[in-house]
Write a new protein. Structure first.
Ligand code: ADP
Ligand code: AMP
Length: 217
């Protein structure tokens, strides 16, 4: 099963992709994570990505399409994948169709996660993750079961993203509404678009995604 989770920054894409990896063994392919790995490696691409990510703008389409073409679909994608953060423009959406066709893969569905803008700023500024395994948490909505200890790997080190501040969030949200949201009709016309209520509690969103996946299969 190959799906796209589409929604604004902070909608809960990463949270739900992490769950799909556990429940369905669908590999999470996050273009944001790929770029953050590049930044960490200190590569030239990483330097460019760092500046763009900190401004909240989008990376150029040709670079993103090349990255995804390389990562899709690695051997471990036997049970499919969840794309998180890609596509973000119509050019990327069309390029993805070409990549999938070339690799003989099928896109089963696109799940839109709808969340009010007001809620997103709080979600993003309260977000943190395990520095060792990357498991995601929130100051208010998803704290580790044992204070200061990662539920998944027991690490006691956590980190916050450099771009998770109010100013950058505003720009990222503007980019979502101006550009990314515009690709919804593209998938609606293909009859593979489903919408879930991303404002609901995390478990309820998971339930709605499970229902959508069952229907799209
Ligand atoms: P995205 O990958 O779409 O940017 P995340 O999955 O990282 O978003 O979620 C952003 C923050 O909001 C995280 O700290 C996460 O724990 C929290 N979160 C995710 N889903 C919900 C939800 N349904 N209700 C409340 N908080 C949520
Ligand atoms: P994310 O982790 O999905 O919130 O992405 C963080 C940042 O990486 C975004 O604000 C963009 O600057 C950049 N980025 C990630 N994916 C894409 C993409 N598909 N197209 C353009 N820029 C992207």
């Amino acid at each position: 099963m190959n799906i796209i989770l589409l929604g604004p920054p902070g909608a809960g894409k990463g949270t739900q992709a992490e769950r799909l990896e556990k429940s369905h063994r669908m590999i999470q392919l996050s273009t944001g994570d790929m770029l953050r790995d590049e930044v960490k490696s200190g590569s030239e691409l990483g330097l460019q990505a760092k500046a763009i990510m900190e401004s909240g703008e989008l990376m150029p389409d040709d670079i993103m399409v090349q990255i995804v073409a390389e990562q899709l679909c690695r051997d471990e994608c036997e049970f499919g994948f969840t794309l998180d953060g890609f596509p973000r423009t119509e050019t990327q959406a069309r390029a993805l169709d070409g990549i999938m066709r070339e690799k003989g893969l099928k896109l089963h569905g696109v799940i839109e996660m709808k969340v009010d803008d007001d809620a997103l700023t709080e979600r993003i500024t309260g977000r943190f993750s395990c520095a060792k395994c990357g498991a995601g948490y929130h100051d208010r909505y998803h704290r580790p079961k044992r204070e200061g200890v990662c539920d998944e790997c027991g690490s006691t080190e956590f980190k916050r993203r450099a771009d998770d501040n109010e100013e950058t969030v505003r720009q990222r949200l503007a980019a979502y509404h101006a550009v990314t949201e515009q690709i919804l009709p593209y998938y609606r016309e293909k009859s593979i678009l489903r919408t879930v209520d991303g404002m609901a509690p995390i478990n309820e969103v998971t339930r709605q995604i499970e229902d959508a996946i069952a229907e799209l299969q």
